[in-house]
Design a protein around this ligand. Structure first.
Ligand code: PLP
Length: 415
């Protein structure tokens, strides 16, 4: 972020932010909606909804292949969104930005393409105990295909990676280190730059699962030392079905394609095909063009709000939520890291998370319950599931008060 962007706003005008989200004015079960499920998917501001509809109303056509006016305008809009995401992630070159369906596809792309080309029998892939299934299963599949071994760095009782243990697990066999930027189940902000430094010292590449990182703070892939960084549009106020994989140019250039088809080729004959340069080599088939345009609008909107202001606001609501939840009898927080963002996971002694979620819904409060696609985290903390209130830019202390009042209702019914 440059100095003028940093000055965009020191504080967040949360009323104006809320007014930008049409869905926040609706009711659920006759109560005002209190949306506390942004880690699963954020709501969309009008500017994103407008960007998508405007694209379909005025510009829609397939990209890259057409000489006609609409195709050229659609291509410009799509490539403009790529440039927006380059700036958003602090990448050096626009060719380092590959459009994907989301974080899951980004990680699978790296595992399939980089992984199969660079990982062999006896090699190791190091992840942490707090990973989302999307940052576990693709690596397990790669291990099955190559004879490599998955190694897991432990986490402590607060839900922080044990860094000494992680450093001890790195070695000459480690080819890939893959960690989440921010844990969706615990809210822990991982020391990614430090992990990157250790990974590089060992000669491994760093893959960052940025699904929860991109919406909450300024991302600078170069400062983080990320060789790959995957994120999802729908978790950063953009559309579903679109995301981005950042990959270091020299790595992407050397990697084989992930999927074959149209758009990703230079020439095709029955004797063989040659491939388009990056990033198109990794974008087989017609992409989610309107989704990319919407994602570009979301990234520009977030940068316009200013990440200093966003972080300050979200950190205030997270701390307020942490102290208010501590007042509730029989409540145990799951995830108490020193560096934490926007996620309040907990269990209550008197009710199962699914019952909690159902009662909260009756009060208009939307939270997620379950294992949050992080079953090993649940095992680590000895719980089958948690309830998770997760915050976005539009949440306020009043939303936390509504959550706490609804939890009091749960206690009335179950305790
Ligand atoms: N990684 C983390 C930390 C997540 O929270 C999620 C989604 O919840 C994912 C990966 C997968 O994202 P997507 O489903 O958008 O591919």
């Amino acid at each position: 972020m440059n100095a003028s962007e940093a000055k965009v706003a020191a504080t967040l005008d949360v009323d104006a932010v809320r007014a930008a989200f049409p869905i926040l004015s609706r009711e659920v079960h006759g109560k005002p909606l209190v949306y506390l499920d942004s880690a699963a998917s954020t709501q969309k501001p009008q500017v994103v909804i407008d960007a998508v509809s405007h694209f379909y109303e005025t510009t829609n056509a397939n990209i890259h292949r057409g000489v006609h006016r609409l195709s050229q305008e659609a291509t410009d809009a799509f490539e403009g969104a790529r440039e927006e995401m380059r700036a958003f992630l602090g990448a050096e070159q626009v060719e380092e930005i590959v459009f994907t369906r989301g974080t899951t596809e980004g990680i699978n792309l790296v595992a399939s393409s980089y992984g199969r080309a660079n990982v062999g029998t006896g090699d190791e892939i190091l992840i942490s105990h707090m990973e989302h299934h999307s940052n576990i299963v693709p690596w397990q599949m790669l291990c099955e295909q190559t004879g490599a071994k998955l190694v897991v760095a432990p986490i402590n009782d607060d839900g922080e990676i044990e860094m000494d243990a992680l450093a001890g697990l790195l070695g000459a066999r480690t080819k890939i280190v893959a960690v989440g930027h921010i844990s969706n189940a615990l809210g822990t902000i991982n020391p990614v730059a430090e992990i990157g430094r250790l990974a590089h010292q060992a000669g491994a590449v760093l893959v960052v699962d940025g699904a929860q990182g991109a919406p909450h703070g300024a991302v600078d892939v170069q400062a983080l030392g990320a060789d790959f960084y995957a994120c999802s549009g729908h978790k950063m106020y953009g559309p579903t079905g679109i995301g981005v994989l950042y990959g270091r140019r020299d790595l992407l250039d050397a990697m084989p394609p992930y999927q074959g088809g149209g758009e990703m080729i230079r020439t095709v004959s029955f004797e063989g095909s040659t491939y388009a340069p990056v990033p198109h080599k990794f974008e087989a088939g017609t992409p989610n063009i309107a989704g990319a345009v919407g994602l570009g609008a979301a990234a520009a909107w977030l940068r316009g709000l200013g990440f200093n202001a966003i972080e300050r606001h979200e950190s205030d609501v997270t701390s307020y939520g942490t102290s208010r939840l501590a007042e509730i009898k029989g409540l145990r927080m799951i995830g108490t890291a020193k560096h934490k963002a926007a996620v309040l996971g907990f269990v209550l002694d008197c009710a199962h998370p699914h019952d909690i979620g159902t009662i909260l819904d009756q009060e208009g409060v939307a939270v997620r319950t379950g294992h949050h696609c992080a079953q090993p985290v649940m095992d680590r903390f000895g719980v089958p599931a948690t309830s998770r209130a997760s915050l976005g830019v539009y949440n306020t202390r009043a939303d936390i008060d509504a959550l706490v009042a609804a939890l009091a209702r749960v206690r009335e019914l179950f305790a």
